[in-house]
Design a binder for this molecule. Structure first.
Ligand SMILES: Nc1ncnc2c1ncn2[C@@H]1O[C@H](COP(=O)(O)OP(=O)(O)OP(=O)(O)O)[C@@H](O)[C@H]1O
Length: 121
């Protein structure tokens, strides 16, 4: 017989997994930029597997690619929140959205730089 606390924790884990999957699916359907970065990731993962790289290089390229998707998810979360709080124009709302957008750009630059350094070096 499974203890109650384990049942409780498993239930929480199942909810968290369900909500995360829901968040991924909704963002994928609504955000073109997430789909575009998804395609870039697919190409990057295929190339990283085909080109002769060592395990560490492959892991770095794949992890940085996935981090762009993470940044894109946070970017969407922030945009949705700003628009939920108010649709009025306010410099703080603009700065929040721009900072979130910059996070995606910086992560993408990190991934691009890693590819350049690994291919050149
Ligand atoms: N509430 C706001 N107040 C001030 N500036 C904003 C606000 N919302 C968005 N901006 C500015 O506009 C940029 C684009 O934001 P966003 O992609 O949400 O588009 P939008 O201007 O809200 O219009 P739409 O949603 O129709 O594309 C932001 O990066 C920010 O600089």
């Amino acid at each position: 017989m499974m203890p109650d606390w384990i049942k409780h924790e498993l239930g929480r884990l199942k909810n968290t997994a369900t909500w995360s999957w829901q968040g991924w699916l909704t963002t994928w359907r609504n955000e073109k930029s997430l789909r575009q970065w998804g395609v870039v990731n697919l190409i990057s993962i295929i190339l990283a597997c085909l080109i002769d790289l060592d395990g560490g290089e492959r892991a770095l390229l794949i992890a940085l690619g996935l981090l762009i998707l993470v940044a894109e998810l946070f970017n969407t979360a922030i945009e949705e929140n700003v628009d939920y709080v108010s649709t009025e124009r306010d410099p703080r709302a603009g700065r929040a959205k721009d900072a979130a957008s910059a996070a995606v750009a910086v992560t993408a630059i990190a991934g691009g730089l890693a590819w350049v350094v690994i291919l050149i070096g």
